[in-house]
Ligand binder design. Structure first.
Ligand SMILES: [Zn+2]
Ligand SMILES: [Zn+2]
Length: 131
Protein backbone atom coordinates (compact mmCIF):
# COMPACT_ATOMS: atom_id res chain seq x y z
CA UNK A 1 0.00 0.00 0.00
CA UNK A 2 1.36 3.34 -1.04
CA UNK A 3 0.79 6.42 1.02
CA UNK A 4 -0.16 9.00 -1.62
CA UNK A 5 -0.23 12.03 0.64
CA UNK A 6 3.37 11.34 1.60
CA UNK A 7 4.37 11.01 -2.04
CA UNK A 8 2.64 14.28 -2.83
CA UNK A 9 4.37 16.14 -0.03
CA UNK A 10 7.73 14.78 -1.20
CA UNK A 11 7.10 16.25 -4.64
CA UNK A 12 5.87 19.46 -3.08
CA UNK A 13 8.99 19.75 -0.90
CA UNK A 14 11.28 19.05 -3.85
CA UNK A 15 9.59 21.63 -6.09
CA UNK A 16 9.58 24.34 -3.43
CA UNK A 17 13.13 23.44 -2.40
CA UNK A 18 14.60 23.78 -5.88
CA UNK A 19 12.87 27.12 -6.49
CA UNK A 20 14.22 28.45 -3.20
CA UNK A 21 17.72 27.07 -3.73
CA UNK A 22 18.40 28.70 -7.08
CA UNK A 23 18.85 32.30 -8.15
CA UNK A 24 17.96 31.69 -11.81
CA UNK A 25 14.27 32.57 -11.24
CA UNK A 26 13.15 29.32 -12.85
CA UNK A 27 10.21 28.58 -15.11
CA UNK A 28 7.97 25.57 -14.48
CA UNK A 29 9.76 23.80 -17.35
CA UNK A 30 13.14 24.40 -15.74
CA UNK A 31 11.90 22.92 -12.44
CA UNK A 32 10.43 19.94 -14.25
CA UNK A 33 13.63 19.23 -16.21
CA UNK A 34 15.72 19.38 -13.03
CA UNK A 35 13.48 17.06 -11.00
CA UNK A 36 12.08 14.60 -13.52
CA UNK A 37 14.99 12.15 -13.27
CA UNK A 38 15.07 12.11 -9.46
CA UNK A 39 11.30 12.00 -8.87
CA UNK A 40 9.53 9.20 -10.66
CA UNK A 41 6.05 9.96 -11.92
CA UNK A 42 6.54 13.72 -11.84
CA UNK A 43 4.59 15.52 -14.54
CA UNK A 44 4.77 19.07 -15.80
CA UNK A 45 1.13 19.46 -14.72
CA UNK A 46 2.12 18.58 -11.14
CA UNK A 47 4.87 21.19 -11.22
CA UNK A 48 2.42 23.84 -12.49
CA UNK A 49 -0.17 22.88 -9.90
CA UNK A 50 2.29 23.11 -7.02
CA UNK A 51 3.75 26.38 -8.26
CA UNK A 52 0.24 27.86 -8.35
CA UNK A 53 -0.36 26.65 -4.79
CA UNK A 54 2.94 28.10 -3.57
CA UNK A 55 2.12 31.41 -5.18
CA UNK A 56 -1.33 31.41 -3.57
CA UNK A 57 0.28 30.70 -0.20
CA UNK A 58 2.80 33.49 -0.68
CA UNK A 59 5.77 31.11 -0.62
CA UNK A 60 7.05 32.18 -4.03
CA UNK A 61 6.44 35.09 -6.37
CA UNK A 62 5.91 35.44 -10.05
CA UNK A 63 8.62 37.75 -11.42
CA UNK A 64 7.81 38.23 -15.09
CA UNK A 65 7.26 36.44 -18.37
CA UNK A 66 10.38 35.90 -20.49
CA UNK A 67 10.07 34.38 -23.98
CA UNK A 68 6.54 33.27 -23.15
CA UNK A 69 7.48 31.49 -19.93
CA UNK A 70 6.50 32.74 -16.51
CA UNK A 71 9.47 32.94 -14.12
CA UNK A 72 9.30 32.46 -10.38
CA UNK A 73 11.27 33.59 -7.35
CA UNK A 74 11.79 31.87 -4.01
CA UNK A 75 12.98 35.16 -2.54
CA UNK A 76 9.79 36.90 -1.52
CA UNK A 77 11.06 40.08 0.14
CA UNK A 78 10.86 43.15 -2.13
CA UNK A 79 13.85 43.42 -4.44
CA UNK A 80 14.69 44.60 -7.92
CA UNK A 81 15.11 42.46 -11.01
CA UNK A 82 17.15 42.79 -14.16
CA UNK A 83 16.13 40.85 -17.26
CA UNK A 84 18.61 40.23 -20.07
CA UNK A 85 16.91 40.76 -23.42
CA UNK A 86 19.60 38.63 -25.11
CA UNK A 87 19.81 35.39 -23.07
CA UNK A 88 16.59 35.71 -21.05
CA UNK A 89 18.45 35.62 -17.75
CA UNK A 90 16.66 37.07 -14.71
CA UNK A 91 18.94 38.51 -12.04
CA UNK A 92 18.46 39.99 -8.60
CA UNK A 93 19.94 43.45 -8.34
CA UNK A 94 21.95 43.92 -5.15
CA UNK A 95 19.97 46.99 -4.13
CA UNK A 96 16.85 47.30 -2.01
CA UNK A 97 13.78 48.71 -3.69
CA UNK A 98 14.02 52.36 -2.56
CA UNK A 99 10.49 53.25 -3.58
CA UNK A 100 8.73 50.37 -1.90
CA UNK A 101 8.06 52.00 1.46
CA UNK A 102 7.15 55.42 0.10
CA UNK A 103 4.65 53.87 -2.31
CA UNK A 104 2.93 52.12 0.56
CA UNK A 105 2.67 55.39 2.51
CA UNK A 106 1.35 57.31 -0.49
CA UNK A 107 -1.24 54.75 -1.46
CA UNK A 108 -2.48 54.36 2.10
CA UNK A 109 -3.21 58.06 2.28
CA UNK A 110 -5.53 57.62 -0.68
CA UNK A 111 -7.22 54.64 0.90
CA UNK A 112 -5.40 51.97 -1.08
CA UNK A 113 -3.07 49.35 0.30
CA UNK A 114 -0.08 48.21 -1.71
CA UNK A 115 0.84 44.59 -1.17
CA UNK A 116 3.80 44.59 -3.48
CA UNK A 117 5.21 46.28 -6.51
CA UNK A 118 7.51 45.05 -9.23
CA UNK A 119 10.43 46.94 -10.63
CA UNK A 120 12.10 45.32 -13.59
CA UNK A 121 15.06 46.63 -15.57
CA UNK A 122 15.81 45.40 -19.08
CA UNK A 123 19.14 45.31 -20.88
CA UNK A 124 22.16 43.09 -21.44
CA UNK A 125 23.69 40.99 -18.66
CA UNK A 126 27.45 40.85 -18.02
CA UNK A 127 27.96 37.78 -20.22
CA UNK A 128 25.98 39.14 -23.16
CA UNK A 129 27.68 42.54 -22.88
CA UNK A 130 31.09 40.88 -23.16
CA UNK A 131 30.13 38.89 -26.27
ZN1 LIG B 1 22.42 37.76 -21.08
ZN1 LIG C 1 14.52 37.75 -7.44
Amino acid sequence: MVCTSRKHSKKRDAILGIIRSTSVHPSAHWVYERLRTSISGLSLATVYRNINLFRGEGLIKSVCVVDGEERFDGRIEPHLHFICTCCGGVFDLPYPDPLFKSFIDIEKMKGFTVDYRKTVFYGLCVHCTEK
